[in-house]
Design a protein around this ligand. Sequence first.
Ligand code: MRU
Length: 332
Amino acid sequence: MRTIDWDDEKGVVELIDQTLLPADYKIVVCARVDELIDAIKRLKVRGAPALGVAGAFGVVLACKNVRNETELKAEIEKLKKARPTAINLSYGVNRALQAAMRGRTVQEMKSYALDEAKRLAEEDVAVNKKIGEYGSELLDDGDVVLTHCNAGRLACVDWGTALGVIRTAIEKGKRIEVIAGETRPLNQGSRLTVWELLQDKIPVTLITDSMGAAVMREGRVNKVLVGADRVVKEGVFNKIGTYMHAVVSKAHEIPFYVAAPLSSFDTNRSYKDVEIEERSPEELIFCGEKQIAPLDVKVYNPAFDFTPFELIEAVITEKGVIHPTNFLSKKV
Ligand code: MRU
């Protein structure tokens, strides 16, 4: 099934529970907007484009339990705040909300929001295929590509952004191998990227995040390719650890690429004005049930970091490839 979908018969959102992968494959059903907000906060559904579609379907769910526009807008605010860094969540919510506003009754609002959410879901797949087309031109036969976090079909409705580029390149007959960093603390790399690549029989090697520099120095990597949660005036926000890989790839003259749909672009905004989500200390103190640090340790756990354009060779979008250093006037 797709990462996130709408069940017309039951009038509910269905999503693959990404917290259980790779050990268990289970579908979560969200019939109410508060259930979806909880799923977003817990990362049952995650990844910028998937969050956009979740936001849009969330507006539909919110319409179920409200009596008027004012009540709907109050629910929507909670939905938008579920995770602050990826711009796609607000983008998806705003699109569905705008469509809903054309309705005169709550029932009509829900129906317009649903049409828009379904449109966004279809668009997401089409956009990723386009990103794949443009991005695959940047990959050569025999490349070994290092990726961080999960920017695959699990982060989108289907296909993926960064992993979509790899899928398209392979479809075109290029032999591509992937090195996946595990992406501590929630291991989206080892749990999700490795899982979905193995499902597609794409060769992948798992490394710890701290091995990134060594594998580049050893000449095991030709290119680095990641997704994005938000593209701003001066660079890109993505999973914590992305910046480190960008710095190291620059030092080793390895091209660093970002694949992102235009819905992740927020280029009127400066990086200084973006809230980086800070997650709970428990994510570092425990690994599953097991305690791996003293309970009273002070923890800093930002979920994302910022990578300036000067470290990025190209940003791959559905409209083409941008070489941001061509536009750079000053260092950030
Ligand atoms: O915390 P997550 O798992 O939602 O973070 C996801 C990422 O950082 C992805 O790289 C990003 O959303 C791009 S997904 C196409």
